[in-house]
Design a protein around this ligand. Structure first.
Ligand SMILES: [Zn+2]
Length: 291
Protein backbone atom coordinates (compact mmCIF):
# COMPACT_ATOMS: atom_id res chain seq x y z
CA UNK A 1 0.00 0.00 0.00
CA UNK A 2 1.12 3.55 -0.66
CA UNK A 3 1.75 5.87 2.26
CA UNK A 4 -1.31 7.70 3.49
CA UNK A 5 -1.51 11.46 3.41
CA UNK A 6 -3.10 13.39 6.28
CA UNK A 7 -3.86 16.28 3.94
CA UNK A 8 -7.55 17.05 4.43
CA UNK A 9 -8.01 19.37 1.44
CA UNK A 10 -10.50 17.97 -1.07
CA UNK A 11 -8.91 16.32 -4.06
CA UNK A 12 -10.27 17.60 -7.33
CA UNK A 13 -10.59 14.81 -9.83
CA UNK A 14 -11.96 15.15 -13.31
CA UNK A 15 -15.20 13.25 -13.59
CA UNK A 16 -15.01 10.40 -16.01
CA UNK A 17 -18.21 11.21 -17.86
CA UNK A 18 -18.06 7.96 -19.75
CA UNK A 19 -18.25 5.66 -16.73
CA UNK A 20 -21.05 7.63 -15.13
CA UNK A 21 -23.21 7.72 -18.23
CA UNK A 22 -22.43 4.09 -19.08
CA UNK A 23 -23.19 2.49 -15.71
CA UNK A 24 -24.99 4.98 -13.46
CA UNK A 25 -28.72 5.52 -13.51
CA UNK A 26 -31.04 7.72 -11.49
CA UNK A 27 -31.16 6.20 -7.99
CA UNK A 28 -34.89 6.96 -7.75
CA UNK A 29 -36.38 5.77 -11.07
CA UNK A 30 -33.34 3.83 -12.41
CA UNK A 31 -33.48 5.65 -15.76
CA UNK A 32 -30.56 7.04 -17.79
CA UNK A 33 -28.66 10.14 -16.74
CA UNK A 34 -27.29 12.86 -18.99
CA UNK A 35 -24.66 15.49 -18.34
CA UNK A 36 -25.85 18.99 -17.52
CA UNK A 37 -24.00 22.02 -16.19
CA UNK A 38 -22.41 21.00 -12.85
CA UNK A 39 -23.97 17.59 -12.67
CA UNK A 40 -26.28 14.96 -14.08
CA UNK A 41 -29.93 15.02 -14.95
CA UNK A 42 -32.38 12.14 -14.99
CA UNK A 43 -34.16 11.86 -18.33
CA UNK A 44 -37.30 10.50 -16.69
CA UNK A 45 -37.87 12.45 -13.46
CA UNK A 46 -35.69 15.51 -14.31
CA UNK A 47 -33.98 15.43 -10.91
CA UNK A 48 -30.53 17.06 -10.96
CA UNK A 49 -27.64 15.25 -9.28
CA UNK A 50 -24.59 17.44 -8.61
CA UNK A 51 -20.96 16.44 -9.18
CA UNK A 52 -18.81 17.60 -6.25
CA UNK A 53 -15.02 17.58 -6.61
CA UNK A 54 -15.41 15.13 -9.45
CA UNK A 55 -17.59 12.72 -7.46
CA UNK A 56 -21.26 12.45 -8.47
CA UNK A 57 -23.64 12.89 -5.53
CA UNK A 58 -26.60 10.54 -6.06
CA UNK A 59 -27.85 10.41 -2.48
CA UNK A 60 -31.57 10.40 -1.86
CA UNK A 61 -31.31 10.24 1.93
CA UNK A 62 -32.23 13.25 4.03
CA UNK A 63 -29.39 12.81 6.50
CA UNK A 64 -30.56 15.35 9.06
CA UNK A 65 -33.92 13.54 9.39
CA UNK A 66 -32.54 10.02 9.55
CA UNK A 67 -33.25 7.83 12.58
CA UNK A 68 -29.62 6.66 12.41
CA UNK A 69 -27.15 8.49 14.65
CA UNK A 70 -24.34 8.00 12.10
CA UNK A 71 -26.44 9.47 9.28
CA UNK A 72 -27.34 12.54 11.33
CA UNK A 73 -23.65 13.08 12.09
CA UNK A 74 -22.91 13.11 8.34
CA UNK A 75 -25.36 15.99 7.93
CA UNK A 76 -23.45 18.29 10.28
CA UNK A 77 -21.33 20.59 8.16
CA UNK A 78 -19.16 21.67 11.10
CA UNK A 79 -17.99 18.07 11.44
CA UNK A 80 -16.52 17.93 7.94
CA UNK A 81 -12.91 18.54 9.09
CA UNK A 82 -13.28 15.75 11.66
CA UNK A 83 -14.79 13.41 9.03
CA UNK A 84 -11.92 14.23 6.65
CA UNK A 85 -9.44 13.40 9.38
CA UNK A 86 -11.29 10.18 10.28
CA UNK A 87 -11.24 9.16 6.61
CA UNK A 88 -7.48 9.71 6.43
CA UNK A 89 -6.73 7.55 9.48
CA UNK A 90 -9.48 4.96 8.87
CA UNK A 91 -7.33 2.28 7.24
CA UNK A 92 -3.92 2.85 8.87
CA UNK A 93 -5.14 3.46 12.45
CA UNK A 94 -8.83 2.83 13.07
CA UNK A 95 -9.11 -0.48 11.20
CA UNK A 96 -6.38 -2.35 13.12
CA UNK A 97 -7.93 -1.32 16.46
CA UNK A 98 -11.52 -2.16 15.47
CA UNK A 99 -10.54 -5.49 13.94
CA UNK A 100 -8.82 -6.52 17.19
CA UNK A 101 -11.65 -5.26 19.42
CA UNK A 102 -14.22 -7.23 17.45
CA UNK A 103 -12.14 -10.03 16.01
CA UNK A 104 -10.07 -10.87 19.06
CA UNK A 105 -6.61 -9.87 20.25
CA UNK A 106 -4.84 -12.76 18.55
CA UNK A 107 -4.69 -10.50 15.50
CA UNK A 108 -5.95 -13.04 12.94
CA UNK A 109 -8.57 -10.64 11.59
CA UNK A 110 -6.15 -8.16 9.98
CA UNK A 111 -7.26 -6.05 7.05
CA UNK A 112 -4.90 -8.13 4.89
CA UNK A 113 -6.59 -11.36 6.03
CA UNK A 114 -10.13 -9.99 5.65
CA UNK A 115 -9.20 -8.54 2.26
CA UNK A 116 -7.96 -11.97 1.17
CA UNK A 117 -11.24 -13.58 2.31
CA UNK A 118 -13.27 -11.04 0.34
CA UNK A 119 -10.98 -11.49 -2.66
CA UNK A 120 -11.38 -15.28 -2.49
CA UNK A 121 -15.17 -14.94 -2.55
CA UNK A 122 -15.07 -12.56 -5.53
CA UNK A 123 -12.73 -15.04 -7.24
CA UNK A 124 -10.85 -14.47 -10.48
CA UNK A 125 -13.83 -13.13 -12.47
CA UNK A 126 -13.47 -9.90 -14.43
CA UNK A 127 -16.23 -7.48 -15.36
CA UNK A 128 -17.90 -5.18 -12.86
CA UNK A 129 -17.57 -5.34 -9.10
CA UNK A 130 -19.81 -3.33 -6.75
CA UNK A 131 -18.25 -2.10 -3.51
CA UNK A 132 -21.37 -1.03 -1.59
CA UNK A 133 -20.64 1.33 1.33
CA UNK A 134 -17.00 1.28 0.27
CA UNK A 135 -15.49 3.82 2.69
CA UNK A 136 -12.23 4.88 1.00
CA UNK A 137 -12.51 1.86 -1.31
CA UNK A 138 -11.01 -0.33 1.39
CA UNK A 139 -11.92 -3.67 -0.19
CA UNK A 140 -12.67 -2.55 -3.74
CA UNK A 141 -9.08 -1.34 -4.14
CA UNK A 142 -7.79 -4.64 -2.79
CA UNK A 143 -9.65 -6.67 -5.39
CA UNK A 144 -8.92 -4.26 -8.25
CA UNK A 145 -7.24 -5.69 -11.35
CA UNK A 146 -6.85 -4.64 -14.99
CA UNK A 147 -9.74 -6.94 -16.01
CA UNK A 148 -12.24 -5.45 -13.57
CA UNK A 149 -14.06 -2.19 -13.09
CA UNK A 150 -14.78 -1.43 -9.43
CA UNK A 151 -17.69 0.91 -8.71
CA UNK A 152 -17.68 2.08 -5.09
CA UNK A 153 -20.46 3.99 -3.39
CA UNK A 154 -20.68 5.45 0.09
CA UNK A 155 -22.72 8.19 1.75
CA UNK A 156 -19.66 9.85 3.34
CA UNK A 157 -17.99 12.27 0.91
CA UNK A 158 -14.86 12.48 3.12
CA UNK A 159 -14.33 8.72 2.71
CA UNK A 160 -14.89 8.92 -1.06
CA UNK A 161 -12.39 11.76 -1.44
CA UNK A 162 -9.87 9.71 0.54
CA UNK A 163 -10.64 6.79 -1.78
CA UNK A 164 -9.86 8.97 -4.80
CA UNK A 165 -6.50 9.91 -3.22
CA UNK A 166 -5.61 6.27 -2.61
CA UNK A 167 -6.62 5.29 -6.14
CA UNK A 168 -4.37 8.02 -7.56
CA UNK A 169 -1.44 7.06 -5.29
CA UNK A 170 -1.87 3.38 -6.07
CA UNK A 171 -2.37 3.99 -9.82
CA UNK A 172 -5.66 2.09 -10.02
CA UNK A 173 -7.34 3.50 -13.13
CA UNK A 174 -10.54 1.44 -13.08
CA UNK A 175 -11.84 2.17 -9.57
CA UNK A 176 -14.60 4.80 -9.52
CA UNK A 177 -16.59 6.41 -6.74
CA UNK A 178 -20.05 7.93 -6.38
CA UNK A 179 -21.94 9.16 -3.35
CA UNK A 180 -25.06 7.08 -2.95
CA UNK A 181 -27.05 5.08 -0.41
CA UNK A 182 -26.98 1.28 -0.51
CA UNK A 183 -30.79 1.28 -0.30
CA UNK A 184 -31.05 3.30 -3.54
CA UNK A 185 -28.14 2.26 -5.75
CA UNK A 186 -27.56 4.33 -8.90
CA UNK A 187 -26.77 1.28 -11.05
CA UNK A 188 -28.55 -0.73 -13.71
CA UNK A 189 -30.27 -3.99 -12.79
CA UNK A 190 -28.04 -7.02 -13.37
CA UNK A 191 -24.83 -5.03 -13.97
CA UNK A 192 -22.42 -6.58 -11.46
CA UNK A 193 -20.42 -9.80 -11.70
CA UNK A 194 -19.80 -9.69 -7.92
CA UNK A 195 -20.65 -7.43 -4.99
CA UNK A 196 -18.86 -6.52 -1.77
CA UNK A 197 -20.41 -5.03 1.35
CA UNK A 198 -17.87 -4.73 4.13
CA UNK A 199 -18.25 -3.06 7.51
CA UNK A 200 -21.68 -1.48 7.13
CA UNK A 201 -24.41 -4.14 7.19
CA UNK A 202 -24.96 -3.59 10.92
CA UNK A 203 -25.88 0.05 10.28
CA UNK A 204 -28.77 -0.13 7.81
CA UNK A 205 -32.24 0.57 9.25
CA UNK A 206 -33.64 -2.26 7.09
CA UNK A 207 -31.09 -5.03 6.45
CA UNK A 208 -33.23 -6.94 3.93
CA UNK A 209 -33.99 -3.79 1.93
CA UNK A 210 -30.25 -3.00 1.68
CA UNK A 211 -29.35 -6.56 0.64
CA UNK A 212 -32.24 -6.71 -1.84
CA UNK A 213 -31.07 -3.52 -3.56
CA UNK A 214 -27.52 -4.92 -3.83
CA UNK A 215 -29.08 -8.14 -5.21
CA UNK A 216 -31.01 -6.16 -7.86
CA UNK A 217 -27.80 -4.78 -9.36
CA UNK A 218 -26.10 -8.22 -9.58
CA UNK A 219 -26.13 -10.86 -12.31
CA UNK A 220 -27.85 -14.15 -11.50
CA UNK A 221 -25.44 -16.49 -9.71
CA UNK A 222 -22.97 -13.67 -8.94
CA UNK A 223 -21.20 -13.90 -5.57
CA UNK A 224 -21.78 -11.52 -2.66
CA UNK A 225 -18.97 -10.99 -0.12
CA UNK A 226 -19.97 -9.44 3.21
CA UNK A 227 -17.96 -8.51 6.29
CA UNK A 228 -20.04 -7.51 9.31
CA UNK A 229 -20.33 -8.02 13.06
CA UNK A 230 -22.36 -10.73 14.77
CA UNK A 231 -23.07 -11.98 18.27
CA UNK A 232 -20.83 -14.93 18.97
CA UNK A 233 -17.35 -16.11 19.68
CA UNK A 234 -14.79 -13.79 21.20
CA UNK A 235 -14.71 -10.03 20.95
CA UNK A 236 -16.12 -6.94 22.59
CA UNK A 237 -19.49 -7.23 20.83
CA UNK A 238 -20.62 -9.79 23.41
CA UNK A 239 -20.51 -7.07 26.04
CA UNK A 240 -24.13 -6.15 26.83
CA UNK A 241 -23.38 -2.43 27.01
CA UNK A 242 -21.66 -2.45 23.60
CA UNK A 243 -24.66 -4.19 22.01
CA UNK A 244 -27.16 -1.89 23.67
CA UNK A 245 -25.20 1.17 22.60
CA UNK A 246 -25.02 -0.05 18.99
CA UNK A 247 -28.74 -0.75 18.92
CA UNK A 248 -29.60 2.61 20.47
CA UNK A 249 -27.75 4.27 17.60
CA UNK A 250 -29.90 2.48 15.03
CA UNK A 251 -27.55 -0.46 14.44
CA UNK A 252 -28.19 -4.21 14.59
CA UNK A 253 -26.08 -6.97 16.06
CA UNK A 254 -26.97 -10.14 14.18
CA UNK A 255 -27.36 -13.73 15.23
CA UNK A 256 -26.11 -16.10 12.53
CA UNK A 257 -29.48 -17.79 11.68
CA UNK A 258 -31.15 -14.37 11.52
CA UNK A 259 -28.55 -13.14 9.05
CA UNK A 260 -28.92 -16.20 6.84
CA UNK A 261 -32.68 -15.65 6.82
CA UNK A 262 -32.21 -11.99 5.77
CA UNK A 263 -29.87 -13.05 2.95
CA UNK A 264 -32.42 -15.60 1.73
CA UNK A 265 -35.27 -13.07 1.90
CA UNK A 266 -33.16 -10.65 -0.13
CA UNK A 267 -32.68 -13.20 -2.94
CA UNK A 268 -29.43 -14.95 -2.03
CA UNK A 269 -28.61 -18.61 -1.53
CA UNK A 270 -25.63 -20.74 -0.50
CA UNK A 271 -24.89 -18.69 2.65
CA UNK A 272 -21.40 -19.59 3.91
CA UNK A 273 -20.13 -17.94 7.10
CA UNK A 274 -16.56 -17.70 8.37
CA UNK A 275 -15.91 -16.05 11.72
CA UNK A 276 -13.12 -14.26 13.58
CA UNK A 277 -14.40 -13.54 17.08
CA UNK A 278 -17.38 -11.26 16.47
CA UNK A 279 -16.32 -10.49 12.91
CA UNK A 280 -18.23 -12.45 10.32
CA UNK A 281 -17.27 -12.83 6.68
CA UNK A 282 -19.95 -14.53 4.65
CA UNK A 283 -20.45 -15.44 1.03
CA UNK A 284 -23.72 -16.00 -0.80
CA UNK A 285 -24.83 -16.13 -4.42
CA UNK A 286 -27.66 -14.31 -6.13
CA UNK A 287 -30.37 -16.90 -6.60
CA UNK A 288 -30.92 -17.56 -10.32
CA UNK A 289 -34.33 -16.43 -11.61
CA UNK A 290 -35.52 -19.97 -12.50
CA UNK A 291 -35.51 -21.01 -8.80
ZN1 LIG B 1 -35.11 9.80 -12.05
Amino acid sequence: MASHSLDIEPTVRKTDDEWIRSYCVCPVCKQDLESVQGGLSCRACARIWPILNGIPDLTVVKFAESNSFDMRMLAKRDLSALLNFAASVYEPWIYPIVSRLYGGWDGTSTLKRLGQDISDIVGPRGGFILDAACGPGTYGRRVASPSRTILGIDICMSMLRQGVRYVEEEHLPNVHFARAAVEALPFRTGLFDAAINAGSLNHFPDTVLALREINRTMKAGAPLAVMCFYAGGRGIINSKSVRERAEKRGGHIFELPELERYATEAGFEDFRPHTYGSILVFSARKTPAEH
